[in-house]
Design a protein around this ligand. Structure first.
Ligand code: GLC
Ligand code: GLC
Length: 813
């Protein structure tokens, strides 16, 4: 079944029927004010933190699904017919429907009974608000007398409290309505200095701010009493459920078109100037009124929308490709890059699978997200690194997560995920290679946000390395702690209590269970640290890091190699996991990928054997599964991984995040066909044709695709917020297309499918635009480069200091 298609020229995904298999969402906002919006206008908004500053309410896992959003209702006042121009919530059988998800905006258009309506939702760059830009057109032969209602439900700020603490919350709701602007000010009377406002560009004939009056008793969003009646009640919320609805009357002559703007925003007043007059309980609107006035000016809105386009053009302009494969082109050039920015902004906080109240910013997650982001907005990547490093502990360990609003480590989850600190090294190195900005290493940042503990970033990295070295197990491999990259491989908790957190349960003893994955990651990180020390002139450290890497490599060689692939771990009894000797879980993807990327086994043929084993045992047409055989029973010695039914999530699902590691290893072996084949198996665009099976959005990666042991093999879940985005981007751009930042310049070493005659890449690197033109003349073993016409040695192009354009011609021989 066909649900939509790409419009590559406009960088939009066009959804052509509203009843997609799941709500297909987009994100609004780029820096502080964010929202998610589905193809039928469902979703919610928040300022900075999806948990602590929720503006509008959304009911996760509701029935019917995706209820609550940015709704409009149109009503024909002649006969009382009403409908939603975004299909939900009335689900009227529209005569035409189209949703265009673009970069930072969504436009939903429809036609019903001769009335066309098109609404563009977006957040202007640099503003803490969203605009709903509606155009209604009468295509009838007669004049139309219409009522238009807006409708949204305010959340009482803390989304978790909002969904649970009814005994208090039903009493505290407060609003003001002045000149048609609805102000939501719950808790403003006491400790909050912020409020929300919902304004309309046209004269309103009425409003509602109490949900009960708008919907009517025992009614849902699909048939609100006020809409049915055609008359707002001018309700003022006192407690219960503060709501925002404007009622407008529109008379449209045949062919006439009317534009109406709605603005929903967030505003904070200085604490000592909250009220006007002082001492009253009335919001001081001095600061917000000019903003509202500006935002309701159509010319200003048009300018802002143009700026949003320019913003994205500038960001995506840093890397554009033209290859023989359309799926590669559109993902790399637009959608994968866009998803990288979204994951960078939101980590794992707010999507249709992440409710915004759980995890904040993940330490390992955000470090990895940065790998796909750093070339686009390096200044923000830099700030993120400083924020993350400030949640590192002085032991070198790290908080697993932190809250974006407070930037403080999350005590509920704590630390002890022993791979976490090493990802900081990987991310900082990516920043250094991209920007050449070595001053980052001298920035002073505290440990655990404690004033007085400030140390340079370089020292933070040393502690990361030191943390692994201080936590080695019986095979001299790194202890796994609570878990490594696979949060669900919990070898030390032995949980038997229903509902106990697998990641937070008491650890019995963590001096035995070891991770081969962390071993590989350590080799990578320690070698990068040696290169850093070299450049910083710390000679003795260079040797220390090299020796540490060498010793770890030896431990992996001796205890991490199973004969045909890398083992995964050792459990709390010192027994191997991911070994041919195991009954289940004999081979895992992660250690093949990470040890391979560290170059272990590359020279002596072991990596090639491991890749062969991955291909034979783990690869499916829907991607590469985590391990085989799947675990058939819950085993407290393994933890959450064995809690999932076989084929789902970490129990042998296609955990897409780890797939690009295998693609990278295949390119290291020179296998361009295999690498790109794996790339396409999880590439959303390449899976568009099987949307009925895949079910998630066909324009972004999902965390998981059900594996071959699952009843629904091929079905995706957890779209949008996943490390798959950054890693797929790294695999395809840096390793398959082969354009890779290094400390000394840009490496150009493509390993592409044999059927490709060539391709071009435009890459802005340290302020210089590299135009790379690749031509195939042979099977692919050799790469020769010419730089501005002159042949160069090797495959590394230095960054010129005297010009801002370089033409690189590449021959694949
Ligand atoms: C989730 C987590 C990530 C973890 C992965 C594998 O994506 O966000 O931290 O590495 O699962 O368990
Ligand atoms: C759950 C998820 C896993 C995620 C973890 C984060 O275990 O299955 O994917 O990484 O939670 O805490």
């Amino acid at each position: 079944m066909d649900f939509g298609h790409y419009d590559d020229e406009r960088r939009e995904y066009v959804i052509t029927r509203p009843d997609t298999p799941l709500p297909w969402i987009n994100y609004l906002g780029s820096e502080a004010y964010f929202g998610i919006i589905s193809n039928t206008a469902g979703g919610y908004s928040f300022y900075q933190d999806a948990r602590l500053r929720r503006l509008t309410r959304y009911r996760y896992n509701g029935v019917p699904s995706d209820a609550g959003g940015r709704y409009l209702y149109l009503r024909d006042d002649a006969d009382g017919t009403f409908w939603s121009p975004t299909w939900q919530p009335t689900k009227t059988d529209l005569d035409a429907y189209e949703c265009r998800h673009g970069l930072g905006y969504t436009t939903i258009s429809s036609s019903f009974a001769g009335i066309e309506a098109s609404t563009r939702y977006f957040v202007p760059v640099g503003e803490n608000l969203e605009v709903w830009d509606l155009t209604v057109t009468n295509t009838r032969e007669d004049a139309a007398e219409l009522s238009l209602f807006s409708a949204l439900e305010f959340a009482l700020w803390d989304a978790n409290d909002d969904a649970t603490n009814f005994q208090r919350n039903f009493n505290i709701g407060e609003v003001e309505v002045v000149d048609g602007v609805i102000y939501h000010k719950t808790e403003y009377r006491e400790r909050r200095d912020h409020f929300a406002y919902f304004a309309c560009s046209e004269e309103v004939t009425g409003f509602d701010t109490q949900r009960r009056f708008f919907l009517g008793p025992y009614r849902g969003w699909d048939a609100p009493a006020v809409v049915e009646e055609g008359e707002a009640t001018n309700s003022i919320a006192h407690g219960w459920a503060p709501f925002g609805s404007h009622h407008l009357r529109l008379v449209l002559e045949p062919g006439e078109r009317k534009r109406v703007l709605f603005v929903l925003g967030y505003y904070e007043n200085p604490r000592d100037r909250k009220f006007d007059p002082p001492g009253s309980e009335v919001i001081n609107k001095e600061g917000v009124l000019p903003i509202i006035a500006r935002q309701l000016d159509p010319a200003h809105v048009d300018r802002q929308f143009a700026e949003l386009g320019a913003y994205w053009d500038r960001i995506l302009g840093t890397l554009q490709v033209d290859t023989p494969d359309v799926h590669t082109n559109r993902m790399v050039g637009t959608w994968n890059a866009y998803q990288n920015i979204v994951t960078f902004n939101l980590s794992r906080s707010a999507s249709l699978f992440e409710s915004g109240v759980g995890r904040g910013i993940g330490f390992r997650d955000s470090n990895q997200d940065l790998l796909g982001f750093v070339h686009m907005v390096p200044e923000r990547a830099r700030q993120r690194l400083l924020d993350i490093a400030a949640t590192q502990l002085d032991s070198g360990g790290a908080y697993h997560q932190y809250q974006p609003l407070t930037k403080r480590g999350n005590d509920a989850v704590g630390s002890g995920f022993n791979d976490d600190p090493l990802w900081l090294v990987i991310a900082v190195v990516a920043y250094l290679k991209e920007t050449g900005d070595w001053s980052l290493l001298d920035e002073l940042v505290p440990f655990d946000n404690q004033p007085g503990t400030e140390a340079p970033i370089e020292e933070h990295l040393r502690r990361s390395i030191g943390y692994t070295l201080a936590n080695l197990g019986p095979h001299r491999l790194p202890l796994i702690g609570r878990a490594d990259w696979n949060d669900c491989l919990n070898l030390n908790t032995f949980s038997e209590e229903p509902g106990e957190g697998f990641q937070t349960a008491t650890i019995r003893d963590d001096t035995v269970a070891e991770s081969v994955l962390i071993g590989g990651l350590f080799v990578m990180a320690a070698e990068e640290m040696a290169a850093i020390a070299q450049r910083r002139g710390h000679g003795d450290e260079v040797e220390e890091y090299r020796r540490a890497a060498h010793r770890m490599r030896a431990a992996v060689d001796e205890h991490g190699w199973d004969g045909n692939w890398f083992r995964r771990a050792y459990d709390a009894f010192g027994e191997p996991i991911g070994s041919a000797s195991c009954a289940e879980g004999q081979i895992f993807i992660e250690s093949q990928g990470v040890c391979g990327m560290a170059g272990i086994g590359l020279e002596d043929g072991r990596l090639a054997r491991a890749m062969q084993a991955v291909n034979e045992r783990l690869a499916t047409r829907h991607g590469i599964v985590v391990h085989q055989p799947a675990f058939t029973h819950y085993d407290p010695r393994l933890g959450e991984i064995s809690s999932y039914p076989p084929g789902y999530k970490e129990n042998a699902g296609v955990f897409c995040h780890a797939n690009p590691w295998i693609m990278i290893c295949e390119t290291m072996l020179g296998h361009g066909d295999q690498a790109h084949d794996y790339y396409l198996r999880i590439n959303p665009s390449a899976r568009e044709d099987i949307s009925e099976i895949h079910r998630c959005e066909p324009y972004v990666y999902a965390q998981m695709i059900a594996g071959k042991d699952a009843a629904t093999h091929g079905e995706a879940k957890n779209s949008w917020l996943t490390g798959t985005a950054a890693w797929s981007f790294v695999a395809v751009t840096q390793w398959i297309l082969g354009i890779r930042p290094e400390h000394d310049g840009l490496r150009v070493h493509p390993v592409v499918p044999s059927s490709w005659d060539g391709f071009t890449v435009t890459r802005v690197f340290r302020g210089v635009t590299f135009t790379v033109t690749v031509r195939r003349t042979g099977p692919g073993g050799e790469v020769t480069l010419r730089c501005d016409g002159a042949a160069i040695e090797g495959d590394l192009v230095a960054v010129p200091t005297d010009r801002d354009q370089v033409a690189v011609e590449v021959e694949i021989g």
